[in-house]
Write a protein that binds this ligand. Structure first.
Ligand SMILES: C[S@@+](CC[C@H](N)C(=O)[O-])C[C@H]1O[C@@H](n2cnc3c(N)ncnc32)[C@H](O)[C@@H]1O
Length: 641
């Protein structure tokens, strides 16, 4: 919503979608309460937008906009879409908002309530404890102090239903996410909240009197979408900050916020010029749309950074086929790298998970090995994905070469999610130095001479052309399986999103569509990666065949190369892709770098091998047939001289 320059829905008196307005006092009371307690926001005003599908106006156009009125729609529901606008031009570096400490609701305040105390004195293992303490305060204070609460004017302006949050979506709205992993995450979130509620009610039965499960969920989502992580008195905490939580999300950020210890207040400062009437945004961070949707109830139409980076991601599910003759070896090799990995729990856990997945899966479904989040713009996970694919694609000799321990001192692993496309391939497929002559593995820092057990995580660079082809085929298979789960294609989603009547701006239906479109974009990127690379591998294979088969040995023993028909060479192909990359996205650039650098280096190796073998053959005593074929001296028929 509220993307710059587009689709800002304004509340206009008498506009068909807004219906009648109720009194706007609650916003006046809210602002007065803040001012009376020392808050400053003189250049700002809160606006309420129609959250229906009325005609849109550009950012900054404030004519006819209804200030601080509660917009009631035809169905009697209040609009829950508000935002903050500039009353006058704001230059960069202007302090636009100061909210004193006493107007903040902090984690510590929740902990000090009787329910907070009961939770602290229990050994409850809560999902997001800071959020829980904030919501406990909210629910407790609202119930216990009611209209007498210091924070009552704030509670009055909090959104009532939060029906944009996926945990509150109808079945019909959820169905828009068919095929998406987000459906499961929403179900998990619902379950986790219900479990927290039950667990808290057990240690603090008063909770049941404070809130029903539905109210508990409302408070949970209210906190989730509005809290700020702060440092107060040198202590990390979270807080609800009235008014500051009225700013909507936009990137790149144009304001910054902090808790100012000198002022003992939460402050917001502009980072650039903000025009009179313009909406003032806060950045909620660079996030995948599934996180925006799950935690804030919206998806960003074009979730892309200025440099082209797109944080949208998809968890790919990797399986080992039960028909794989190396099933057990691969499972063993696979789980080895999990040990001592903080992301994957204590030793043995991965194996347990594998076994339980085995047990839980219906017959015929391969055991799930891993879910790995990948996005178009390169990151650590794409490296891991390729490692896992290579491990899964190993044949016997490759796996056995990998499975034997090495004694070595290994170079550091290159980390970080390098954005620059020229760094993408380097960071994805970089070859940290390994003193071992084994070209299969990379390593992690370890003392010289220590014995190192490799795991699938170590196969950070390619094993062989054969392995790479098998890994890419596997990738294509995985991606196609994921894509087949959706009921619509990417092209259909793109067309649907053009229809703003069927998919109104800021509707849950549209946000779901944006989410699945983003997932498919990632999947298509990896499909394109695999198909492009497989095509390049075909060309490489032809070149190698030619190199192997074109050796003709004359009667004098001279080796010559036979000319074959014209077809694009590897170099030509890469050049064409590189030229194309100029006008294409960062994803395309990554694919080109992979083909040029990774497949290119495998190709060079293979050519070297062929030439090495040729030299060896020439050095060996050989026999010649009349057709010029080379016979090795030990081959059958070599004695026919
Ligand atoms: C911190 S509140 C911002 C104020 C909120 N609009 C309100 O009226 O109370 C966060 C919520 O605002 C809405 N929101 C913020 N940024 C948005 C965006 N870019 N697009 C759509 N909705 C947005 C979402 O409902 C989100 O959960």
């Amino acid at each position: 919503m509220f993307a710059r320059g587009t689709a800002m829905h304004s509340a206009r008196k008498g506009s068909p979608n807004t219906g009648s307005h109720t009194s706007g006092d609650k916003f006046d009371r809210f602002e007065k309460w803040l001012r009376d307690n020392g808050a400053r926001f003189d250049q700002l005003e809160i606006k309420v937008y129609d959250d229906g599908s009325s005609s849109s106006r550009g950012r900054g156009d404030d004519s006819n906009e209804e200030k601080k009125d509660t917009v009631t729609k035809d169905d009697g529901e209040e609009s829950e879409m508000r935002g903050v606008h500039a009353l006058s031009h704001i230059p960069p570096n202007t302090l636009v908002m100061t909210i004193p400490r006493k107007c903040l609701i902090t984690v510590e305040m929740g902990q000090a309530t009787p329910i907070g105390q009961a939770i602290l004195n229990s050994d409850l293992d809560l999902d997001a404890p800071k959020h829980i303490f904030l919501m406990v305060y909210l629910l407790w204070d609202r119930k216990v102090n009611g209209t007498n609460s210091f924070f009552y004017p704030y509670y009055e302006v909090l959104p009532k239903t939060l029906k944009n949050m996926p945990i509150f979506w109808s079945m019909e709205e959820l169905a828009e996410l068919n095929g998406s992993y987000l459906q499961q995450q929403i179900a998990d979130r619902n379950q986790a909240i219900a479990e927290d509620y039950r667990a808290i009610c057990e240690v603090a039965p008063q909770m049941r009197e404070l809130a029903t499960l539905e109210e508990f969920k409302w408070a949970r989502m209210c906190v989730c979408s509005r809290n700020f992580g702060l440092q107060i008195d040198g202590h990390r905490t979270s807080a609800l900050v009235p008014h500051a939580d009225m700013l909507n999300h936009y990137r790149p950020r144009e304001t910054k916020w902090t808790f100012d210890e000198d002022r003992q207040a939460f402050t917001i400062t502009s980072l650039q010029h903000i025009g009179k009437g313009s909406q003032i945004y806060d950045s909620y961070g660079q996030k995948c749309n599934h996180r925006f949707l799950l935690n804030y109830g919206f998806a960003v139409e074009d979730n892309r950074e200025l440099d082209g980076f797109c944080p949208n991601e998809v968890p790919l599910e990797l399986y080992v086929s039960p028909d794989d003759p190396l099933l057990n070896e691969k499972l063993e090799f696979w789980t080895r790298g999990e040990i001592n990995d903080k992301n994957h729990g204590p030793p043995g856990r991965a194996t347990t998970r594998l076994q339980s997945t085995h047990a839980a899966e219906p017959l015929g479904v391969p055991p799930l090995l891993k879910r790995i989040r990948v996005c178009v713009s390169s990151n650590e996970n794409t490296r891991l994905l390729f490692s896992l694919l290579r491990a899964l694609a190993c044949n016997g000799p490759e796996l056995h070469a990998l499975a034997s321990p090495v004694s070595a001192s290994c170079g550091p692993i290159v980390r970080g999610d390098d954005r620059s496309s020229s760094n993408v391939a380097r960071s994805l497929f970089g070859f940290p130095e390994l003193p071992s002559s084994n070209s299969v593995l990379t390593g992690s820092p370890m003392p010289f001479g220590a014995t190192y057990h490799r795991s699938c995580r170590d196969i950070r660079h390619p094993v062989s052309l054969r392995n790479e082809r098998a890994a890419l085929r596997l990738l294509l298979q995985i991606v196609e399986r994921h894509l087949s789960a959706y009921s619509t294609t990417l092209a259909e989603d793109e067309t649907d999103l053009l229809d703003e009547l069927a998919y109104p701006r800021f509707s849950n239906k549209r946000h779901a569509k944006i989410q699945v479109r983003g997932e498919k974009e990632v999947l298509h990127h990896f499909a394109r990666w695999a198909t492009t690379a497989l095509e390049v591998l075909d060309v490489i294979e032809e070149e190698l065949q030619e190199e192997r088969g074109s050796i003709e040995v004359s009667s004098t023993g001279r080796v010559s190369v036979v000319n074959h028909e014209e077809r694009p060479s590897f170099d030509f192909l890469i050049q064409r892709m590189e030229d194309d990359a100029e006008s294409r996205d960062i994803g395309h650039h990554t694919i080109v770098r992979y083909c040029a650098d990774v497949l290119g280096s495998l190709r060079r190796e293979e050519f070297k091998n062929i030439r090495r073998q040729r030299v060896l053959q020439q050095e060996q005593p050989r026999a010649r047939t009349s057709s010029g074929r080379i016979w090795r001296s030990h081959e059958p028929g070599s004695s026919k001289r």
